[in-house]
Design a protein around this ligand. Structure first.
Ligand code: OGA
Ligand code: NI
Length: 358
């Protein structure tokens, strides 16, 4: 239900409080159908996407996982991870119904009243594993981002069953479980090029020792050209598996400061390399900047699974690379320190990775 607030009194009305603290999120603001974007969300021009920098001739690779036994497919995956840091996969083995269900569950969660969603906010959530929020780090940002999210950290099936919101937990868990095989297959292939022959227990903890799933909601925005859905950033994951709906709006940085759109393909998953794998691969695989534009006519959802090192792991260039004589470009850092550094500041492109540079 749209909250009753007198729009003409916007000067005396605390928008940040309404959006950030009261649990309405930008969805609440969107539903008020404001005639123009509140100043809180206006991004500086350099953070908005510049149409002259968008290239349409190039596209990130689309890889058919059905041919995984063919060494050529493995080569395509590793090449894409080196060149683009981004690719899409089709025939990945996650049933389309599972993908549809989790998108629907995302809409269901965000359709809950603010009061209900607020129970999962930083202040009210009874667990660190469940977090409803808006923008990225509102307390550190000069301009807010036009996005609400529910972030679910996976600890165990029992914990998820007990704590994740009931309108979406089964679907989120199913999507996560069904994605595990393709995640393993991708990591196997990527590791082989780095001279890592198998993912044993130690490597498993290092590469995929923790998982986080986010349900993202980008509501219809007045003046979408003045703001962003998500600002320029790279992910801190090992890799990210992203499900997007058919609206579009995700852009990836290409060569010479250009931006490339990731077109929605029904049934596909977008895979991107995160900072942790860039560091562990000693810079061979690239964690590439990306961002999401806001949309003036449709509500968009996306559901990324962040496949992360276990927080207690120390990450750095893999011994298999250093034994081969490579000079390390990165230090050994405690992964939880790296993540803390990321969440302390606003989105700032690729700067987080400086934290680990030698
Ligand atoms: C993210 C992200 C892209 C999208 O959540 O890190 O980049 O399309 N999302 O929502
Ligand atoms: Ni991202």
């Amino acid at each position: 239900m749209a909250p009753t607030v007198v729009v003409s009194a916007t000067n005396s009305w605390d928008i940040t409080d309404f959006v950030v603290n009261q649990g309405h999120g930008v969805k609440g603001l969107s539903e008020m159908k404001l005639p123009s974007l509140p100043k809180h969300f206006i991004q500086p021009p350099e953070e908005r996407i510049d149409a002259s920098k968008v290239v349409c001739e190039e596209c990130i690779p689309v890889i058919d996982m059905a041919g995984l036994d063919d060494p050529k497919v493995a080569e395509l995956i590793c090449d894409a991870a080196e060149k683009w840091g981004f690719f899409q996969v089709v025939n990945h083995g996650v049933p389309i119904g599972v993908l549809e269900d989790v998108k629907e569950a995302t809409h269901r969660f965000f359709a809950l009243p603010g009061e209900e969603k607020k129970k999962y906010s930083k202040e009210n959530s009874n667990s660190n594993s469940v977090r409803f929020g808006t923008s990225f780090t509102p307390q550190a940002e000069k301009s807010l981002e036009w996005k609400d999210y529910l972030s679910l950290f996976y600890v165990s099936e029992d914990e998820a069953s007990a704590l994740w919101p009931s309108v979406c937990k089964d679907q989120a868990l199913e999507y996560m479980k069904r994605s595990e095989l393709v995640i393993r297959q991708l990591l196997d292939v990527l590791m082989r090029r780095l001279n890592v022959k198998e993912i044993d227990e130690k490597k498993e903890s290092l590469l995929m020792g923790s998982m986080r799933i986010n349900l993202n909601y980008y509501p219809i925005c007045p003046n979408p050209e003045l703001t962003v859905g998500v600002g320029r950033h790279s992910d801190v994951s090992t890799l990210t598996v992203l499900l997007q709906d058919d609206i579009g709006g995700l852009y990836v940085k290409g060569v010479h400061d250009t931006w490339v759109h990731v077109p929605p393909i029904r049934g596909s998953l977008v895979i991107n390399i995160g900072d942790a794998l860039q560091i562990m691969s000693n810079g061979r695989y690239k964690s590439v900047e990306h961002r999401v534009i806001a949309n003036g006519s449709s509500n968009r959802v996306s559901v990324p699974i962040f496949v992360n090192p276990r927080p207690s792991e120390v990450i750095g260039p893999l011994p298999e690379l250093l034994e081969g004589g490579e000079e390390p470009l990165y230090k050994q850092v405690l992964y939880s320190d790296y993540v803390k550094h990321f969440f302390r500041k606003a989105h700032d492109g690729k700067n987080t990775v400086e934290f680990a540079k030698i």
